[in-house]
Design a protein around this ligand. Structure first.
Ligand code: PHE
Length: 486
């Protein structure tokens, strides 16, 4: 079977940046920035992006491009007959699960577009917006319908393939996204009292920065760049050998960061101008912002634009999540692209229904004290992503060898890489260490050992994963702890 490839530089950039720029940038980044004190948090975030995010992105791109295979195929080719391919399976699994709830959140966004465009949203009284949001996410028919729409749209683009589906669509949608952001920034910063919002975003106050804030920044840098779940690896496999990977990773990282900051410049000036709280957490865009739109002239129009903007960001991310799974199924099981995509979309839809129901009628079903939606979110973002990230670093840095990564980044000498040694150091030591710290902190895995008999299963789950990783490492019988590169 001939493999599809990206057709142009701009196309690769649009697709990879499209994956990176998502709900994480426009929904999550502003609210965690709001909760953690604004500019000081952003500075820490920038450090994390440069020291941890970029090196891992480069690693994933090189692994994929080296083999031109899906994630599982990549590990199988580089370390045949070793259990490393399980790391690829983990990435595919993580993408699949994330897709099943990412599509649900994207569904709420679609539903908000409909109600913003019809004028319904901006007519709701501010005190009632919380209840309105809850009626959407705990409903049954409406959210399931919109989730289905998101999955169907995603599958349609993925079926069309890399060049005619993902690349073409990203090349159109990403510029539209930037344009919409531009229009909304102009609207927001010209409101009376907007400057307080800009100050909040750009003037650092380090007294507000906590240890949790720093760890949140580190974790988010990872999520925001779509790392640790084989996405960038899979996209890397469609890039030709002459492409400059360093430049690409740099551009994707810059685009992701700039767009997150632009989203902040839309949200905070408007929130401050209307005297609302920047710290309202996940409800910031669903509850606080609609009140802002309702109060501004032409609010219905701007509200619609805003939710279209987030929908675009979400769709370019859902296609990357689905592509990871589709690439795996088509190549490892020799199934046609269309058949594989439809099957996967159906499976994702079924799990997304469970996710939807778990916020409404099935809210009573708890896994480790969380409803199913929250559990899957916890499992992926706090456990599977960090584990995936560490495995990529360990594999690339200690098993396949940083020399090979550098060779791939340099396209066999075509683009000499000045910071090769620094980059190798970051991949081998700093990045995995940083991720292990987030992991330990967010799963509180240590307190399981301290308290011994603590009944909270989350601790147990955390330690189980550590055990699994150790097992993979040991079974692979590689020179993991010697510095000798292949
Ligand atoms: N990077 C995307 C964002 O910022 C999130 C994402 C995570 C996309 C995982 C795909 C996979 O929202």
């Amino acid at each position: 079977m001939k493999r599809d490839n990206f057709g142009s530089k701009l196309g690769i950039l649009a697709a990879a940046a499209g994956s990176a720029v998502g709900l994480g940038n426009i929904w999550k980044f502003p609210y965690i920035t709001g909760e953690n004190g604004g500019a000081a948090f952003i500075l820490v975030y920038l450090f994390c992006i440069v020291l941890v995010g970029m090196p891992i992105m480069l690693t994933e791109f090189s692994l994929g491009r080296k083999t031109q295979k899906n994630a599982v195929g990549t590990y199988k080719e580089l370390e045949p007959n070793k259990p490393w391919y399980l790391s690829g399976v983990l990435g595919v699994f993580t993408s699949f699960i994330i897709l099943s709830f990412y599509a649900v959140i994207a569904g709420w966004i679609f539903s908000y577009i409909a109600s913003a465009a019809s004028g319904e949203l901006t007519q709701i009284e501010p005190q009632q917006l919380g209840g309105y949001f809850e009626s959407i996410n705990s409903g049954v028919i409406r959210p399931i319908f919109w989730t289905f729409a998101v999955i169907a749209l995603t599958a349609t683009i993925v079926i069309l393939g890399i060049k005619t589906g993902i690349e073409k669509c990203s090349k159109v949608l990403m510029p539209v996204l930037v344009l919409l952001l531009g229009v909304l920034i102009v609207r927001s910063v010209t409101l009376d009292g907007a400057s307080k919002g800009l100050e909040f975003l750009f003037k650092p106050d380090f007294s507000k920065l906590t240890k949790e804030g720093i760890l949140e920044a580190l974790g988010h840098s990872f999520y925001s760049l779509s790392l640790g779940m084989a996405i960038i690896m899979t996209y890397g496999s469609y890039i030709n050998k002459k492409e400059n990977l360093l430049k690409l990773a740099f551009q994707v990282t810059i685009a992701d960061t700039v767009i997150a900051l632009m989203a902040g410049m839309v949200i905070f000036p408007a929130v401050f101008a209307y005297g609302l709280e920047p710290t309202s957490g996940p409800g910031l865009i669903f509850i606080t912002l609609p009140a802002v739109f309702a109060a501004m002239p032409l609010g219905r129009f701007f509200a619609t634009l805003f939710f279209v903007l987030i929908a675009i960001a979400a769709i370019t991310s859902t296609i990357s999540l689905m592509e990871v799974v589709v690439a795996f199924v088509t190549e490892q099981f020799n199934v046609g692209r269309k058949k594989a995509t439809i099957g996967i979309a159906l499976a994702v839809f079924i799990i997304s229904i469970v996710n939807n129901m778990s916020m409404g009628p099935w809210g009573g079903i708890k896994l480790f004290g969380m409803n199913i939606f929250d559990f899957l979110d916890f499992l992926t973002s706090k456990i599977l992503l960090p584990v995936g990230g560490v495995l990529v670093c360990v594999f690339a840095g200690w098993v396949w060898g940083t020399k090979n990564i550098i060779k791939e980044i340099e396209s066999d000498g075509l683009y000499p890489f000045k910071w090769a040694r620094t980059c190798s150091f970051l991949i081998k030591y700093l990045a995995p260490l940083a991720i292990i710290i987030i992991f330990i902190n967010s799963t509180e895995v240590l307190s399981y050992f301290k308290k011994g008999t603590d009944s909270n299963m989350v601790y147990f789950l955390g330690s189980l994963v550590v055990f699994m990783v150790a097992l993979i490492l040991l079974k692979s019988k590689r020179r993991v702890f010697s510095s000798e590169d292949k």
